[in-house]
Design a binder for this molecule. Structure first.
Ligand code: UD1
Length: 344
């Protein structure tokens, strides 16, 4: 079976994708500098699939090491490029770090592809490229809005770099996947989201508050123009998201792409408010999430959810997990983490 390079494969979405790739027989090489992940993830993957993926602790910004890595693992058929910095607030404080990490990593991969005879790359993009869409649900041809943060800008620029580069060689193919809000964990609870320090994203903050690691969740604003006043997002189970990457790789390898760059929204098509997430989480897991309403968070979008029709029809992919199941899996993962912490 074909060999796939997964950059950022020890991270949250990356590790779930490695599992799904291995499940259908792909051989996986992970490159990850562990800047926002833990080497123990490899054991979690192994417990689920029975296979420990090849792993290289390399920063994708390091061209020479990446070149050597490609020499070592011959015949890689496709790259899935997850490795990137993703904290919006930090990107405002350290813009150059974000431009360097996210742009140079991608440029290195694109430069190394022809040298190592690799034609296919899947890129992790984000619904952040749409900003606040004028029309909801948002489709792939909605206008790209001026980015609200350096992080968001790197996603837009990376998409442009891919388009410009892929057009230069008729053998090249790329699939750009625009994620909505991935949450939840593998049903085995062996892998999940492992944020370093205080979480920025909603779900890890919810689970850490429910388990008592945080006193209270801050809900950023209840005066938005939404039914309950809190922001609306499209929360998608990370395993559903991971499966879309397998389909994208198979589509490229089987020469089924219709154009050299294809772009897909990966979302459920369902919008959920922050307060609905909290309420559903409490109900399905039988736990309380103490919260208070605070001021809006700078840069937050009021409401966004996907029109996933294009991915449904063209990729034959649909997000199937219910939000209840997704929130149960997030809690099971947090409980597992607590068990592990106790055992140490
Ligand atoms: C954010 C980024 C997005 C990025 C994604 C991945 C912004 C504007 N967007 O998505 O570009 O791709 O992270 O890291 O930052 N919330 C709370 N309390 C919290 C945390 C979050 O109320 O403690 C609310 C937020 O206001 C938002 C929702 O929960 O309405 C989801 O927030 P979050 O999980 O941070 O994701 P996004 O902001 O949608």
């Amino acid at each position: 079976m074909a060999k796939i390079l997964v950059t950022g494969g020890a991270g949250y979405i990356g590790s779930h994708t490695v599992v799904e790739l291995q499940k259908v027989g792909f051989e996986v090489v992970i490159v990850d500098n562990l800047s926002n992940s833990n080497i123990e993830v490899l054991s979690g993957i192994e417990k689920i699939t029975g296979i420990r993926p090849a792993f290289e602790n390399i920063d994708c910004v390091d061209y020479v090491s990446m070149d050597r890595m490609f020499d070592k693992y011959q015949n890689i058929s496709a790259i899935i490029h997850f490795a990137a910095s993703k904290a919006v607030g930090e990107s405002v404080e350290k813009p150059l770090l974000y431009y360097r990490n996210n742009l140079v990593s991608l440029i290195n991969l694109l430069q190394l592809m022809p040298i190592h005879k690799i034609n296919n790359i899947v890129f992790s993009s984000s619904c952040t490229v749409y900003g606040q869409p004028d029309i909801l649900p948002v489709t792939e041809d909605a206008p790209i809005k001026t980015a609200l943060s350096p992080y968001g800008n790197t996603k837009q620029i990376c998409e442009e770099i891919i388009c410009d580069t892929i057009h230069t060689n008729p053998c090249y193919k790329s699939i750009i996947l625009r994620y909505f809000n991935p949450i939840g964990a593998h049903p085995s609870a062996e892998i999940g989201e492992l944020p370093n320090g205080v979480p920025n994203n909603l779900l890890p903050f919810v689970t850490q508050t429910a388990i008592g690691l945080r006193k209270q969740l801050n809900v950023f604003g209840n005066d938005y123009d939404t039914p309950d006043g809190s922001c609306i997002r499209d929360y998608i189970h990370v395993v559903d998201l991971a499966k879309a990457h397998v389909i994208a790789v198979q589509r490229m390898l089987n020469q089924r792409t219709k154009s050299d760059v294809e772009t897909f929204n990966l979302g459920t098509g369902r919008g959920l408010s922050v307060l609905e997430v909290i309420e559903t989480f409490e109900k399905v897991n039988g736990v309380k999430v103490p919260y208070r309403i605070v001021d809006r968070r700078e840069g937050d979008i009021e409401k966004v959810w996907a029109d996933p029709t294009y991915a449904n029809e063209v990729l034959g992919w649909t997000a199937v997990e219910t939000v209840e199941e997704t929130l149960r899996s997030a809690w099971a993962w947090e409980l597992n983490l607590a068990e592990r912490a106790k055992a140490e």
